[in-house]
Design a protein around this ligand. Structure first.
Ligand SMILES: C[S@@+](CC[C@H](N)C(=O)[O-])C[C@H]1O[C@@H](n2cnc3c(N)ncnc32)[C@H](O)[C@@H]1O
Length: 321
């Protein structure tokens, strides 16, 4: 199918063709028009929906194939209105800002060693773990024969600078971005304490403020996106992958197949904040779509153990010159 701009007629036609029915409400119709620019994009989403798969897969298939291969796509709302996106952001920024004032290092790595009262004794271990993590970039680059442009790395969710400090020594410049002013303050202090002066720090105060961030040659983010609901993950990846200049690359982690995970925007916004950290998931096909739309070539997607449960992946991709 050719890439055609999506309009109301197109939505109705795709529904009739693939689902054999009409769109259930004006609200759903508008959400599709907001969330998908082309017919192709909505068609991909319909063909991946549980409704379509349940209708079209033979019941026998469930009995002899690994279940996860033939499981219909779970309901994960990714496309939401700007006000819903802002509401999600406010909630996440509020949760992390509070942690930034109460127990910032522990909120990064939830070990008793890093509780406020114990941190001084274990500071070395904490920042050393960040060195190991930053060195993963070299491993991925070597394994895939990718030359890293070391001009400027942008780290989303830099926290208290655990990895930022190490990134600063392998790139000419590092920009640490965080939604929590408390974390960011400690990040700045951690770098200064180590005599590192090639860092800049950005307090992200709204989704729109992402547009004010600088361009970069490398985008890095681990154990951050997992704490953001899917619409915010999609938004951040979209805007930040666009900031990577030609010849640059990206390494980031995001859960993509958490068993049993679903996300319903209306339910989420009307629910109470969890007492624990929020954990979320973003469909892998949407990550691929974003990487493709921003001109990246994907080199590797490796299953990782960041979340302590199955389904998290680390993506490594580069943009040609
Ligand atoms: C678990 S900590 C990880 C910190 C750092 N990446 C590390 O590995 O040491 C998550 C950090 O991401 C920040 N964060 C969460 N969501 C964010 C978002 N949407 N944009 C920027 N920062 C975010 C939090 O404030 C917190 O500092």
């Amino acid at each position: 199918m050719k890439s055609e701009i999506l309009n109301e007629d197109g939505v109705h036609a795709l529904y009739r063709k693939h689902l054999g029915r009409d769109v259930e409400s004006q609200e759903v119709l508008e959400a599709h028009l907001k969330g998908h620019q082309t017919l192709e994009s909505l068609q991909a989403s319909i063909l991946n929906s549980s409704e379509y798969l349940n209708k079209n897969l033979s019941p026998d298939i469930w009995s002899f194939l690994p279940r996860n291969l033939v499981r219909p796509a779970p309901v994960i709302d990714v496309d939401v209105s700007p006000s819903e996106l802002n509401a999600i952001f406010e909630r996440i920024a509020g949760e992390w800002s509070k942690l930034g004032e109460t127990d910032p290092h522990w909120s990064v790595i939830t070990s008793e060693k890093y509780r406020h009262a114990n941190f001084d004794q274990h500071e070395h271990d904490f920042y050393n773990s960040g060195k190991h993590l930053a060195s993963v970039i070299e491993v991925f680059a070597k394994r895939n024969g990718v030359q890293i442009d070391r001009d400027h790395v942008l780290e989303l969710g830099c926290g208290t600078g655990r990895v930022t400090a190490a990134l600063a020594s392998s790139f000419n410049k590092v920009t640490g971005v965080d939604v929590s002013a408390g974390h960011l303050r400690l990040c700045r202090i951690a770098l200064e304490k180590r005599g590192i002066y090639n860092g800049s720090f950005h307090h992200l105060t709204s989704p729109a403020a992402v547009d004010d961030l600088p361009t970069c040659s490398f985008f890095f983010s681990t154990i951050v996106l997992q704490h953001n609901p899917p619409p915010l993950i999609g938004y951040l990846l979209d805007r930040l992958l666009a900031k990577v200049l030609p010849g640059g690359a990206a390494l980031f982690q995001v859960p993509t197949h958490t068993p049993g995970y679903e996300f319903h925007i209306k339910k989420y916004l009307s629910s109470k904040k969890p007492s624990d950290f929020e954990m979320h998931c973003f469909p892998m096909n949407r990550v691929f779509r974003l990487l493709h739309d921003h001109g990246f070539r994907v080199h590797e997607v490796i299953m990782d153990t960041w979340t302590g449960m199955p389904g998290s992946h680390t993506f490594f991709a580069s943009k040609s010159q």
